[in-house]
Design a protein around this ligand. Sequence first.
Ligand SMILES: C[S@@+](CC[C@H](N)C(=O)[O-])C[C@H]1O[C@@H](n2cnc3c(N)ncnc32)[C@H](O)[C@@H]1O
Length: 303
Amino acid sequence: MGGISGDRATTECVHICCLKNIEKAGGGFGQALSFYFMDDHQFRQLLQHLGLSWPGYRKVRRGVKKRIHRHMQHLGSKNMSAYLRELGKSDDARHECERLMTVSISRFFRDRKLWEVLEKEILLRLIEKQGDRIEAWSAGCGCGEEVYSLKMVWDRVMTSIHHSPELEITATDMNPIYLERAKTGVYGYSSLKEVSGRFLSTYFRTKAGDKLFAVKDLQKKGITWQIHNLLLDPPGSHFHLIFLRNNLLTYYQEELEKPAFRKVIDCLSAGGFLIIGSHEKVPFESDDLRATGSLSYVFQKYA
Ligand SMILES: C[S@@+](CC[C@H](N)C(=O)[O-])C[C@H]1O[C@@H](n2cnc3c(N)ncnc32)[C@H](O)[C@@H]1O
């Protein structure tokens, strides 16, 4: 960026005109090539304002800052203080900012070991206990990779037992754009690195000259996609299986995380399983929740 160091600790140096670039581009001031520069101090002010966590955002901040820059430009906010004032004045601006802060990084069968444990153990235990119908919630499901991974593993389990219980998945996210992508179910190779050749040919068809992979229609059945904010009341009660991975417990500060996490536990049925991200920790010890089996991030509820 025109020789401007990313760490420059100016307090409010957000709107900068790069005169050298203007000269090179042959433009006058009317056509100024302007860009915003947001240092980490300003970004952390925004995180603080929204109750979001710096350790969670540190590695992904570059892309998020770019999106926020554009939003600032759109609103005409010349610096972070002005932007925060706009967010305080307008619910629409605040919601758009919160949406732009969301990060959709995911892939099929993320945390490979988890999916083996689900296939070999957890789903069988749930079916034995619950019988005909299992209700699952994928909370903060992003673009659907986690949801379809569950459908595929479920399909594998169905081939190994003698009856056919139903799996109903409620898949929620606060970002409607991610949900639309999820419903479409088309992915590039980078999302599929952990998918075996056998799974690829069974559950996907190729598109765009083998560059894209579309989830087959059969795998889209039994999924209800819903816009939902994890900080509000859950989209149901008595779920038997909840995925809460790489969202609430990574990107939020304790003050928001703890009450929202309590609500998640409350809508898990007795004997149900909660799965969090492999690098995440539960924000408090809870009498009714215990780690179970070989993975430290899989919990069962005892009531
Ligand atoms: C990194 S993705 C994780 C996707 C998937 N759970 C996984 O682990 O692969 C994080 C997702 O959480 C969603 N998210 C973040 N905060 C949320 C909130 N308050 N309510 C609902 N969804 C949220 C984001 O929109 C994003 O799609």
